[in-house]
Design a protein around this ligand. Structure first.
Ligand code: 3AM
Length: 219
């Protein structure tokens, strides 16, 4: 069994990304390394290693997406509505990750152990600095805290994003919410969590797209 077959499922990069000319296959189908030539503002030809904005997250099932859409409708026009296809629960934000860092990261997390748990989100949270309204919970279950802490520690130790704020499980429902008066008590939503994804965040025609690159399932 190859290393990549052990725990993680690599998603076909063609599903999520267009492969630039000259890109060479490396590990699996997702972790390819390439360099892109570009002309900078001064017209100087330079080379740089492509980097992607990545994060680890837990996906939200279709039935939970439905329940969360009802919460958005219930709250009304608070801000920009997050499309249901973008619902997720972030464990660790990694920031800009080079192809080399991504390959090393996937290698390190080959055997990532995913807990199987039910998480009840029972309060609306407003993070004014980020300008988001979410459905979240407090405190976080120990197993989820441990997983987020492992991923965050590893990121910081390898030169990726270093989280200062504590982990607070949440699913973002609205963006661009900077002023808010009071939020009602929500009807709780229980998420069945059994999968972790390495996600890429990018924009296409101004639209925010989240694409899963690798999936790990609870055993
Ligand atoms: O929508 P949520 O909060 O689940 O919060 C950002 C988002 O998740 C988080 O990464 C996810 C994908 O963008 N994120 C973005 N920038 C961040 C930063 N500078 C960040 N988390 C911490 N620090």
């Amino acid at each position: 069994m190859g290393k990549a077959d052990k725990g993680a499922t690599f998603l076909n990069s063609m599903e999520t990304d267009s492969v630039p000319p000259g890109c060479t296959g490396a590990k699996g189908v997702v972790a390819f390394a390439y360099e892109r030539e570009y002309t900078d503002l001064k017209g100087v030809q330079s080379k740089r290693t492509m980097a992607e904005r990545l994060f680890f997250a837990l996906p939200v099932s279709i039935s939970s997406q439905m329940a969360l859409i009802k919460h958005q409708a219930h709250l009304g026009q608070l801000g920009r509505v997050v499309p249901a296809t973008n619902f997720h629960l972030t464990l660790a934000f990694l920031g800009q990750v080079t192809q080399k860092q991504k390959e090393a990261l996937i290698d390190r997390w080959q055997d990532l152990e995913v807990p199987r748990l039910n998480l009840t989100l029972d309060r609306y949270l407003h993070f004014p600095k980020a300008g988001v309204v979410c459905l979240g919970c407090d405190p976080s279950p120990i197993a989820l805290n441990r997983l987020a802490a492992q991923l965050r520690r590893d990121a910081a130790q390898h030169g990726l994003h270093n989280h200062r704020a504590p982990f607070r499980p949440h699913v973002t429902l609205f963006r661009g919410v900077h002023e808010i008066t009071e939020l009602p008590e929500p009807a709780p939503v229980t998420l069945e969590l059994n999968e972790v994804q390495l996600m890429r965040s990018h924009r296409e025609m101004g639209k925010l797209i989240y694409s899963p690159l690798v999936r790990w399932h609870a055993r």
